[in-house]
Design a protein around this ligand. Structure first.
Ligand code: BGC
Length: 456
């Protein structure tokens, strides 16, 4: 096994609904918080919205064909809650359900295992107007929606994830306001985090009570924290940052308790919670999805509210088109996978997102989009994942982020993460060099990663 991936290791790519579908209000869909947020002036780069995105809502057949050409064995997508339940609960939109029904059937016909995420940040506005994730009722709303999807697609979906990256929902949506719904409050952030975790638990219970056949887990983004110095202040800041971003979610999910640092960090905003809620959160899951992009070198910083910790630039390493905070650091992936096993024990793991935005040529030239930095990024991160496998981590699959150049939230369309280039004017798709490289990875089951290459 030394130079190859385990038999059955799954190769995939990922997207999310609001980032690729477009047509957010088509055929009876209701508005989501991202629809509302992106349409308010000043919230996104150039005022860009997901109105068109990649027009995947209409081009899904073409996109499945692309996936087939790439050789994908699994496709991770998300379901837009307001497409299937326009008001978030109550009346079902049959056209919305039919879209996902067709998509799943199309994937299966192409031999691609569907991996569906129930929540990738697009809460129906009708629920946001009743407090959204800060309202404990959201636990019931979410599990009703989840049950509807288990009934509709449960006979065919191989993998379910309840939530994508609860930390981003909380940090960007409720603490710093850079994402929808654009709020800034420690009280809202702490309540939203707790309700997200309880809603996850309620949805897992609904899954176990349903006739759905696949496996269920959750997707978290993990960022290993490294101290900027050995000073006591920097070490403590690193612990706080790790508790806030990583252990905040995994400790209750897998150990049944919140990290000790959090009550102090949140102060009077820290919510009361009962043993019954902690038990609800700690439902057994079938797998853990990990999104890995970067590490965080951390220092003490009194001016950084409320964490008193901030990131330190690492000019000795390359960074991505998202700026110095997005350092390219493949060893962080190995370390993250090993840390998860060490802290939380044996659990099937999947890398559910990994990828980078780089300075791709804006248009395809003679049918080609050279993106050598992305090829390098993928190769090095896949090697880092393989290092963890060699050290015994039960890693079962890898999903590149992203299949397509898509709507990068508040950063709009200028930031391109795709293996496949999407022309903004014509929406034409062109496989980038990284897509061809990834196809070789899949066809050789990762063996090409260990062939000698000319370094860039
Ligand atoms: C999210 C994606 C996003 C990607 C790149 C992840 O945090 O799940 O939706 O596009 O990072 O920023």
């Amino acid at each position: 096994m030394s130079d190859s991936f385990p038999a059955g290791f799954l190769w995939g790519a990922a997207t999310s609904a609001y980032q690729v579908e477009g047509a957010p209000l088509a055929e009876g869909a209701g508005p989501s918080i991202w629809h509302r947020f992106s349409h308010l002036p000043g919230n996104t780069a150039g005022g860009e919205t997901g109105d068109i995105a990649c027009d995947h809502y209409h081009r899904w057949r073409e996109d499945i064909e692309l996936m087939r050409r790439l050789g994908l064995q699994s496709y991770r997508f998300s379901i837009a809650w307001a497409r299937v339940l326009p008001a978030g609960r109550g009346g079902v939109n049959p056209d919305g359900l039919a879209f996902y029904d067709r998509l799943v059937d199309g994937l299966l016909e192409a031999g691609i295992a569907p991996n569906a995420t129930l929540y990738h940040w697009d809460l129906p506005t009708a629920l946001a107007d009743r407090g959204g994730w800060t309202n404990p009722d959201v636990r019931g709303w979410f599990s009703e929606y989840a049950s509807l999807m288990f009934r509709t697609l449960g006979d065919r979906v191989a993998f379910w994830a309840t939530l994508n990256e609860p930390w981003v929902v909380v940090d960007a949506g409720y603490l710093h306001g850079s994402h929808a719904p654009g709020h800034r409050s420690t009280f809202e952030a702490a309540a939203a985090a707790h309700n997200l975790l309880c809603a996850h638990g309620a949805a897992v219970q609904a899954f176990r009570a349903s006739a759905a056949r696949g496996r269920i887990g959750i997707v978290v983004n993990l960022e290993p924290k490294y101290p900027a110095s050995e000073s006591a202040a920097d070490l403590a800041a690193t612990q706080r940052a790790d508790a806030y971003m990583n252990r905040h979610y995994l400790d209750p999910l897998l150990l049944g308790e919140y990290p000790a640092e959090l009550p102090e960090l949140y102060g009077e905003a820290w919510p009361e919670h009962s043993p019954a809620e902690l038990a609800l959160i700690r439902q057994p899951i079938d797998f853990l999805g990990i999104n890995y992009y970067k590490r965080g070198v951390t220092r003490h910083d009194d001016s950084a509210w409320p964490l008193r910790a901030s990131l330190v630039p690492q000019p000795q390493h390359p960074h991505t088109a998202l700026g110095w905070e997005w350092e390219v650091y493949p060893p962080g992936l190995t370390r993250t996978l090993l840390w998860v096993r060490e802290r939380y024990g044996e659990l099937p793991l999947y890398i559910t997102e990994n990828g980078a935005a780089f300075y791709d040529p804006p248009a395809a030239i003679a049918g080609r989009v050279p993106d050598p930095l992305r090829v390098h990024y993928l190769r090095e991160h896949l090697r880092a994942a393989h290092d963890a496998i060699r050290l015994g981590v039960d890693l079962r699959g890898y999903y590149a982020w992203s299949l397509l150049d898509n709507y990068e939230w508040a950063a709009g369309y200028a930031v391109r993460f795709g293996l496949v280039h999407v022309d903004r004017a014509s929406l034409a798709r062109t496989l980038k060099d990284s897509a061809h490289f990834y196809t070789d990875v899949i066809h050789s089951h990762g063996r090409n990663l260990f062939e000698p290459t000319s370094a860039i």
